[in-house]
Design a protein around this ligand. Structure first.
Ligand SMILES: [Zn+2]
Length: 68
């Protein structure tokens, strides 16, 4: 199963789930609600990276020694 991470739109505040592989530095994300287009970089990218790390760490805890 592909891992997903919710990303909160800074304009309308609504969340959309993105696949982790979509969340890379310089990725262009479009909010489906308000049509805001933003590029993932700088401060925002740092925050997303932290969320990705947390999501992956959590996953390792849940399935020790198992690869899915
Ligand atoms: Zn939005």
């Amino acid at each position: 199963m592909e891992k997903k991470l919710p990303f909160t739109c800074p304009v309308c505040g609504r969340k959309k789930d993105y696949l982790l592989k979509e969340l890379v530095e310089g990725a262009v994300l479009t909010c489906p609600f308000c049509r805001l287009t933003l590029t993932l970089h700088g401060h925002m990218w740092e925050d997303v990276q932290k969320e990705i790390e947390k999501a992956e760490a959590h996953d390792h805890e849940k399935v020790p020694g198992k690869k899915l």
